[in-house]
Design a protein around this ligand. Structure first.
Ligand SMILES: C[S@@+](CC[C@H](N)C(=O)[O-])C[C@H]1O[C@@H](n2cnc3c(N)ncnc32)[C@H](O)[C@@H]1O
Length: 258
């Protein structure tokens, strides 16, 4: 039986997908602004999504994905899947999310890129063991009631030597649990990076756009909650990154050969 937390996020994201489904919002993350000199060259159509794309690029660059079989867990509205398929050139790209409404829309929006979009639960990945060369997971695991089950399931479906490329935030008090879950699942940490400052730099650039979006699609009574959810400048979530009550991490994890 799904927990309250799982049902809450399912209903919330389906609501969002319904409300903003006709708007080209293909990313649902806080973004990343890289250090000087690490700017990726994008096609003009991708420029409006630069901050969110840069987060995907930062995460995906942890391993060479060219000609690999890649799974994305919690792909949201599929913008990251489309970016990685076009720029990092994996052989196959499978992308799952528990939000069936988003998966249905993704199949139409990103139809030309040959991505296999499926509905699925991150905590019990429905694929054979050792099936993928790499797994991508961006800003989603904080929603999972059983984060330990996600890391174990990801470890099972990765081939030996395969990578889990991961980014998400935690409160200062729960960050240790993330490291425990990663270690208990059997992953070796290749890199762990605190990217909070880079996420804040992106949020400062996107706040106006997301505030306007919230005011366009959400009823007035929901504006404060939505602004916090979107972490716009001045909101509780934004401030929690500034004062480091929340920390945003990226990891490159490896399933060891032996
Ligand atoms: C903040 S959004 C990030 C989406 C996407 N990775 C991005 O960066 O644009 C979090 C996503 O996690 C998904 N999600 C939450 N719980 C899930 C679960 N148990 N299994 C699969 N997906 C889940 C939500 O439906 C949502 O699409």
């Amino acid at each position: 039986m799904p927990s309250f937390k799982q049902t809450f996020w399912k209903v919330w994201y389906q609501y969002l997908s319904r409300r903003i489904g006709s708007d080209p919002v293909t990313f649902l993350n806080y973004g990343y602004w890289p250090p000087e000199g690490e700017t990726i060259k994008l096609q003009p159509d991708d420029e409006p999504n630069r901050p969110a794309i840069q987060l995907y690029h930062h995460v995906a660059s942890g391993a060479d994905l060219a000609d690999k079989n890649v799974l994305e867990v919690s792909c949201g509205h599929g913008g990251g899947a489309s970016f990685i398929k076009r720029y990092h050139k994996p052989k196959t790209y499978t992308a799952i999310d528990q939000n069936s409404k988003a998966i249905e829309t993704n199949r139409k929006t990103h139809a030309e890129h040959g991505i296999d979009f499926r509905t699925g639960d991150a905590q019990s990945l429905d694929f054979p063991a050792e099936h993928f060369d790499a797994i991508v997971n961006v800003e989603a695991s904080h929603c999972y009631p059983r984060q330990d089950a996600f890391f174990k399931s990801a470890h099972r479906v990765l081939r030996r030597g395969g990578h889990l490329l991961y980014a998400d935030f935690r409160t200062r008090e729960t960050a240790f649990q993330l490291d425990n879950d990663i270690a208990d699942a059997g992953f070796k940490v290749k890199t762990q990076t605190d990217i909070t400052e880079h996420v804040l730099a992106a949020l400062r650039r996107t706040s106006e756009r997301y505030r306007n979006l919230v005011h366009t699609f959400a009823p007035k009574i929901l504006h404060p909650a939505m602004e916090t959810f979107a972490a716009v400048e001045g909101s509780g979530v934004f401030n929690s990154f500034v004062n480091r009550e929340r920390i945003y991490f990226s990891y490159c994890l490896v399933k060891e050969v032996n």
